[in-house]
Design a protein around this ligand. Structure first.
Ligand code: PNS
Length: 160
């Protein structure tokens, strides 16, 4: 049976930190669905279709990575694509409590789907979409943090 994982997130926008997890996940699982979901605690800068387009562009070299969106529960999406794994990146101890909470909730909702964590590459351990947006907004250098196409779109958003 093929191993299918879902790599969920807000991806607002995708960073090299996300890409590192997706790239490594694509080596471990037969198929990885990168899915843009709604995080009700966040107010996104990019529309869902803009985020999808950026993710598609930067993951096009990975043949077993598919990009999708969903507006319901992550576990329902996982079931709809026969995924038995959820893949998340873990940056630092500060991520732990939040990840523990969503992992426990997802397990409560569907205990047939197992969550797997990959430690983010050290060079990206400080990286988040929010911090990249903050730096981009004030014209800081984000070239080592996001792919060029994402950098371009961020500059457009902030009128740079
Ligand atoms: O990149 P993020 O914002 O940390 O990702 C969080 C996300 C989108 C994976 C999470 O909010 C989510 O799964 N949302 C979908 C709704 C859901 O399933 N909620 C129950 C588990 S918290």
């Amino acid at each position: 049976m093929a191993s299918i994982a879902v790599c969920p997130g807000s991806f607002d926008p995708i960073t090299y930190g996300h890409l590192d997890i997706i790239r490594r996940g694509a080596k471990v699982f037969d198929k990885v669905y990168v899915v843009v979901l709604n995080n009700s605690a966040k107010h996104p800068l990019f529309s869902v279709s803009e985020r999808i387009d950026l993710i598609k562009e930067v993951t096009k070299e990975f043949p077993n990575v598919l990009v999708d969106e969903f507006s319901g529960l992550l576990v329902d999406y996982a079931k709809s694509v026969n995924a038995t794994a959820i893949l998340r990146g873990l940056r630092a101890v500060s991520d732990f409590e939040y990840e523990m909470q969503i992992t426990s909730m997802n397990r409560y909702l569907n205990d047939h789907v197992e969550t797997f964590f990959m430690m983010t590459n050290n060079q990206y351990s400080f990286l988040s979409s929010s911090i990249v947006k903050e730096v981009a907004k004030y014209n800081g250098d984000i070239s080592a943090l996001v792919p060029p196409v994402v950098e371009r779109e961020l500059k457009k958003k902030y009128g740079k």
